[in-house]
Write a protein that binds this ligand. Structure first.
Ligand code: FAD
Ligand code: NAD
Length: 464
């Protein structure tokens, strides 16, 4: 058996693990990164990037279809068609370019990448079964668990055949005629809306009484309107009990209300579970927080020298959180004093319109006992939004009443994901409403709605 010794051993090359490894390598920490599937993890291969590519392709196709109808802009095109095999090929090309880039960055940072599934022997030893059948025993001073998460199954309708997870939904061989989506969360709505644009009849079944239950109703209303406008059928407050090919998806409401939905494909998107079992981790008997590995503000587990980051440490299960935790761990192993204590972690839902949430909402500020004010500015009053043919939505700001310290930003509208950087920076830097209101924002941009929301909270918006 081949033997390796290193200072840092990272299991999992998703955004958490590969960023930790690259940063450690930059700081001259001898680092080995082990990956069983593909470098880039869920995010680059079967998550963030391919889903955004498919969403973009669906939007481009929808625009072409709309232009073939009555385009108010005056563009005239013949009936467009979709070559889904080419769409998937294009998406795979982006994934390949990015994952190849990550491998190159690891090499540049001096990180040794070992391809194979890791088994944890103890807190300082891991055995890897490599793809070419060889076993490698790796000894380390620090072990970082970054093994991510996997889709949750509904026990009565396991994945297989017509019942698919996001992974299969991102590589379709054809556009299904009837798609039933279980779960109106991030994945269900992002991909459900994309498939509707690609031509599927889409029905969404959600257990909770509202879509995107993590967000407040004011923010989700424009998305709800868009779903209805797109012709997506919604069953809110209904739970899915099973599936059979003849009848379709079995759905049950609160009372005795029960029916079946015929389906060619069923996309189950009811959450993800941390990948903590089946590779010897149980043997370390780490303290857990429910199903997740419990970590402190340093991302240290209950065992000295064993660290954990990313989805395996629980919510929010987002790539940028995993990356930020990865940097914090790498810099500590290099001898720096670091903690993972962000003021806010932005969350974006790439529906159409998009939603961005950063920091406190009016309700969460109230629950935290903070005397806060809030204001919103509608895109209907923003010139740039009109030129982009999308005036739905708004920007909302939440600030302390006494000193106007900004506590939260939220937006819903076309392409508002790009506002998340400004939102996050203003909160991290402790900006007040006056700081944003007095900053000159370029005209005409969607960002002017950010300045106007701050002005409105101060009582003197200019354009509404
Ligand atoms: P992962 O990316 O899951 O990587 C873990 C890696 O560890 C995997 O490659 C796995 O093969 C490997 N591994 C596991 N066990 C072993 C072992 N024993 N040995 C060797 N290797 C192992 N987040 C966003 O922020 N924005 C988005 O737009 C977004 N969109 C998403 C869309 C979809 C469809 C999905 C499914 C997720 C999306 N996410 C998004 C979530 C995001 O992908 C995750 O939060 C992120 O990938 C977590 O990173 P991670 O490093 O913790 O784990
Ligand atoms: P989610 O938690 O966002 O949504 C799951 C939904 O399924 C919930 O609304 C829940 O009420 C519903 N549900 C659960 N059981 C059900 C049942 N039996 N019948 C009907 N509805 C049911 O989870 P997801 O959409 O699977 O996404 C998983 C994770 O991936 C997210 O939590 C997020 O962290 C990450 N993600 C992020 C993005 C992004 O950042 N844009 C995109 C996709 C995924």
């Amino acid at each position: 058996m081949k033997e390796l010794n290193t200072k840092l051993l990272v299991i999992g090359a998703g955004p958490g693990g590969y960023v930790a490894a690259i940063r450690a390598g930059q700081l001259k920490v001898p680092t080995v990164l082990v990956e069983g599937a593909q470098v880039g993890g869920t995010c680059l291969n079967i998550g963030c990037i391919p889903s955004k590519a498919l969403i973009h392709a669906a939007r481009a196709f929808e625009q072409a279809v709309q232009q073939a109808g009555k385009s108010p802009i005056g563009i005239r095109v013949q009936k467009p068609t979709l070559d889904i095999a080419q769409t998937v090929h294009w998406k795979d090309g982006i994934v390949k370019k990015l994952t190849g880039g990550v491998s190159a960055l690891c090499r540049k940072a001096g990180v040794e990448v070992v391809q194979g599934w890791a088994r944890v022997d103890d807190g300082k030893t891991v055995t890897v079964q490599t793809k070419d059948g060889e076993s490698v025993r790796i000894r380390c001073e620090h072990l970082l668990i970054a093994t991510g998460s996997e889709p949750t199954e509904i026990p009565t309708m396991p994945f297989g055949g017509a019942v698919i997870s996001s992974t299969e939904a991102l590589s379709p061989t054809e556009v299904p005629k009837r798609l039933v989506v279980v779960g109106a969360g991030y994945i269900g709505l992002e991909l459900g809306m994309a498939y509707r644009k690609l031509g599927s009849e889409v029905t969404v079944v959600e257990m909770a009484p509202q879509i995107l239950p993590r967000y407040d109703a004011e923010l989700t209303k424009p998305v709800l309107d868009a779903l209805k406008h797109q012709g997506i059928t919604l069953h809110l407050g209904y739970s899915v009990e099973g599936y059979d090919k003849a009848r379709g998806v079995h759905v049950r409401g609160g009372g005795a209300d029960e029916f079946a939905l015929p389906a060619d494909r069923v996309l189950v998107a009811v959450g993800r579970k941390p990948h903590v079992q089946g590779f010897g981790l149980e043997g370390l008997q780490l303290s857990m927080d429910g199903r997740h590995i419990a970590v402190d503000a340093r991302c240290s587990t209950s065992m000295n020298g064993v660290w954990a980051i990313g989805d395996v440490t629980g919510e929010p299960m987002l790539a940028h959180r995993a990356m930020a935790q990865g940097v914090v761990v790498a810099e500590q192993i290099a001898g720096e004093k670091r903690r993972f204590e962000p003021m806010a972690i932005p969350a974006v839902c790439f529906t159409d319109p998009e939603i961005v949430v950063v920091g406190h909402t009016p309700e969460s500020a109230k629950e935290a006992g903070i005397d806060a004010i809030h204001a919103q500015f509608p895109f209907a009053a923003n010139g740039r939004a009109m030129t982009l043919e999308s005036t739905v939505g708004f920007v909302r700001v939440v600030a302390r009443r006494d000193n106007h310290l900004i506590l939260g930003w939220h937006a819903v509208g076309a392409d508002v994901s790009e506002l998340s950087a400004a939102f996050g920076q203003s909160i991290e830097m402790g900006a007040r409403l006056e700081d944003v209101a007095d900053t000159i924002h370029a005209h005409p941009t969607l960002g002017e709605a950010v300045q106007e929301a701050a002005l409105r909270a101060l009582g003197h918006a200019l354009h509404v």
